[in-house]
Design a protein around this ligand. Structure first.
Ligand code: AHM
Ligand code: MG
Length: 335
């Protein structure tokens, strides 16, 4: 029988490999995993909300029923602020930096997350996920943190990954030593190594983009998307778009392909598209690069972008190396 490795064993093994490791980082990830298990449990009950009580109501246990994304945000903040390893957090759901209350010890790491990405898909029972990104703080130890501790380039991440709540719950993460996937066995409550050393195929087979924005794209973007639709293309691509970034990304990571959320002209206030650099693009960029793929905004490597604000948006082309290179080639030629 194949040897079973739990995510905790995997983390401890990595910790032994690193002479710098103190166990604080392993503790951080373990806390994050526990929060994700709680979110997974609630996501699995999502369809029962209408039976047990509407959002905003008091349910049969006398508890307030909150929206799932709000619940995921609350549980992550609640657990992680107590962990004693973070000096600050940022969430897609919070406008500002989240400080660690004085009642809890402060630490050396920064956590940025999208608590429940794709949550608008909950009602249709589509896969959603939690995306996370971890940095080391830049300021000296102590209570004083500043935005500079969070606004770091993606290349400085010490770890990144996501949990996907799909037909099974999975955790996919990297600490800069490859990408590893674990599947939650609900009967024992453990994430078990199911996808060791994930490598993204060098090209195709899927392209994923919301093509209804075609009228709002510039000529170069249309050209880039058209490349994947071209029947003369040597590797024919199939269109797959779920509208849930984690799910679209995860499929392409395993099967090969490219996910695109380009800039568009729909909203002059959002000239860079919809996705956020810090809590969506940068963590997935670290994962994809560690798996042998690439991520760009069309011109720059996502991991090299210097963030100016927490909720900065960025065009995103992410996936198999050859596919992303093709997009970059098209943007370069258009200059
Ligand atoms: P959210 O963080 O508010 O859930 O929005 C992000 C989601 C992504 O999961 C997905 O890729 C994208 O929005 C889909 O957007 P669109 O409906 O414009 O195609
Ligand atoms: Mg999101």
């Amino acid at each position: 029988m194949q040897r079973i490795t739990t995510v905790t064993e995997h983390l401890l093994f990595l910790q032994k490999e690193s002479p710098m490791a103190t166990g604080r980082f392993t503790h951080l990830l373990n806390e994050l995993i526990l929060a994700a298990k709680i979110i997974s449990r609630e996501v699995n009950k999502a369809g029962l909300v209408d039976i047990l009580g509407f959002t905003g109501e008091i349910n049969v246990q006398g508890e307030e029923v909150v929206k799932l994304d709000e619940f995921a945000n609350r549980i992550l903040i609640h657990r992680m602020e107590r962990a004693g390893v973070l000096c600050a957090m940022a969430s897609e759901e919070n406008a500002d930096l989240i400080e660690i209350p004085p009642a809890f010890p402060s630490g050396d790491y920064v956590l940025i997350f999208d608590p429940l990405d794709g949550s608008s898909n909950v009602d249709s029972n589509v896969s959603i996920g939690t995306i996370f990104s971890i940095y080391r703080r830049k300021s000296p130890p102590g209570r004083n943190v500043n935005l500079g501790d969070l606004l770091q380039k993606g290349a400085e991440q010490v770890a990144a990954g996501y949990f996907i709540y799909g037909s099974s719950t999975m955790m996919v993460y990297t600490t800069g030593h490859g990408v590893h996937g674990f599947t939650l066995d609900p009967s024992v409550g453990e994430f078990l190594l199911s996808h060791p050393a994930i490598k993204i195929p060098p090209a195709g087979k899927f392209y994923s983009v919301n093509e209804s924005y075609w009228p709002y794209w510039d000529e170069t973007t249309r050209k880039a998307v058209s490349y994947f639709k071209n029947p003369e293309n040597k590797s024919p691509y199939n269109l797959r778009y779920i509208g849930s970034l984690v799910a679209d990304f995860h499929r392409n990571l395993l099967a090969g392909g490219i996910f695109m959320y380009p800039a568009d002209l729909r909203d002059p206030k959002k000239p860079s598209g919809k996705l956020r650099l810090m809590c969506e693009a940068a963590p997935l960029a670290m994962v994809v690069e560690q798996a042998g793929g690439m991520a760009t905004d069309g011109k720059r490597r996502i991991l090299d972008i210097d963030p100016q604000e927490l909720h900065q948006r960025v065009p995103l082309f992410i996936g198999s190396k050859k596919d992303v290179e093709k997009v970059m080639e098209i943007y370069k030629a258009a200059k």
